[in-house]
Ligand binder design. Structure first.
Ligand code: HEM
Length: 415
């Protein structure tokens, strides 16, 4: 309950909020931990901001991922979820479904997307990382979002899925369209999603005739061994791997590099450890960067399939619930000095990859890309510095993701 002494709720989803949402999240955690608000799209949703409530909500089977449970029904359709996924017939992916379909599809993709496959991919990620840095190292300056953080995950996922090299720049364009319009007009995104869908359907068709060692071939193989995977589900699976693994990783690299540039003592500590061949700080450090300023600000949509109570607040059947990972991961009830970046933090069970049955499938790949990207930047551009005032940097105003539009840096040319 609000008392007369409670200050008014801070404005959410403004430009100021986008550049630093953490004070507003601290207010919500304290005064309105389960808070109903109108989103920029007009959809009303509950924001869950405390760690304990967030963790519980992420694993609560009474909260469905399937938008058919949204009370706004047809009216709300198209306003929640990924733009264009409905019209492109891509709804049957992991982030929109519940058990038992979710269990079946997740088991199937887990057979193809194994930690071993990711580990074997490490040299390729290193090669891609070095190639991108080679592209700007002689210039002494770069925009790390456009020239580095953006292309790296796209090429990595395309490689893993088995998209031929000559088609990967098409993906780069479609993905660019999605990220440019994040939080803005949805038409351009929907068109790119449609093109991607057509391409993926053809690719799956071709792979069926000629199986390789890639992930799409692995999916087809797994489905031929007893488990059933429809053509639609295969396309939706390939699509969600691209979609879920792309902008997230861009922002892990972008937000992570930015946080290091803003905390020189932490960055020097990591640089020293790497120079001494000690990679343990890199591993805890990337987890801490995810907790401190992670790419996924709000977990993807959930809808109450029955009335329930979260954190003492009654939520009605059909209501949308958004778990605010960025707020939960700064909860002082869970993390000591939550607003301090400490790359060596040990007790760090952050929610940056979610929790429960929808826990990020790509976490091993994200860790590999994040660790390789940051370590290589620090090794190859040791004198790298921010080439803009922090106040002048613009953050994307998207709902689910948090990330920078640009990250200009300067360094010794040819370093
Ligand atoms: C799910 C975060 C990278 C594939 C999730 C969820 C989060 C997340 C928070 C759960 C969403 C929810 O419960 O509503 C991240 C972060 C990443 C990252 C922070 C990078 C730093 C990746 C990559 C891939 C990927 C590289 C694949 C190539 C997926 C998939 C799901 C998922 C398929 C859905 C799993 C399911 O519903 O069973 N991710 N992700 N993610 N992620 Fe990631």
């Amino acid at each position: 309950m609000h008392t007369n002494h409670t200050p008014p709720a801070p404005p959410l989803f403004t430009w100021e909020f986008a550049s630093d949402p953490y004070p507003a999240y601290a207010w919500l955690r304290e005064h309105a931990p389960v808070h109903r608000t109108a989103l920029p799209s007009g959809v009303e949703a509950w924001l869950v901001t405390r760690y304990a409530d967030a963790r519980q909500a992420l694993a609560d089977q009474r909260l469905s991922k399937n938008p058919v449970h949204h009370s706004e029904g047809a009216h709300g359709k198209g306003k929640v979820g990924i733009p264009g996924e409905r019209s492109a017939n891509l709804m049957t992916h992991l982030l929109n479904i519940d058990p038992p379909d979710h269990t079946r599809l997740r088991r199937l993709v887990s057979k193809a997307f194994t930690p071993r496959r990711v580990a074997e991919f490490a040299p390729r990620v290193q090669e891609l990382t070095d190639r991108l840095i080679d592209g700007f190292v002689a210039r002494g300056e770069a925009d790390l979002i456009h020239e580095f953080a953006f292309p790296l995950p796209i090429y990595a996922i395309c490689d893993l899925l088995g998209v031929p090299a000559e088609d990967q720049d098409d993906f780069r364009d479609w993905a660019g369209m999605m990220i440019r319009h994040g939080g803005g007009p949805r038409g351009g995104v929907a068109r790119s999603v449609k093109r991607m869908r057509t391409y993926l359907a053809e690719l799956i068709h071709r792979k069926r005739e000629d199986l390789g060692e890639d992930l799409i071939s692995g999916l087809i193989r797994a489905s031929d061994h007893g488990e059933h995977l429809t053509e639609n589900e295969a396309a939706a699976m390939a699509f969600i791997l691209l979609f879920a693994g792309f902008e997230t990783t861009v922002n892990l690299i972008g937000n992570g590099t930015y946080a290091l540039l803003r905390h020189p003592e932490q960055r020097e500590r990591l640089q020293r450890a790497l120079a001494e061949g000690d990679e343990s700080l890199l591993a805890t450090g990337v987890e801490e960067l995810l907790r401190y300023d992670g790419p996924v600000e709000l977990a993807t949509w959930r809808f109450a399939v029955q009335d329930l109570v979260i954190g003492g607040q009654r939520i009605a059947e059909g209501d949308p619930v958004l778990v605010v990972l960025a707020a939960a991961d700064r909860d002082p009830e869970r993390f000591a000095d939550p607003d301090t970046l400490d790359l060596a933090r040990r007790d760090n069970q952050h929610l940056g990859y979610g929790h429960g049955i929808h826990y990020c499938l790509g976490a091993p790949l994200a860790r590999l890309e994040g660790q390789t990207a940051l370590a290589t930047l620090l090794r190859r551009l040791p004198g790298m510095r921010l080439a803009a005032e922090p106040e002048d940097l613009r953050w994307r105003g998207g709902l689910i993701m948090r990330g920078l539009r640009t990250l200009p840096v300067a360094f010794e040319a040819g370093e």
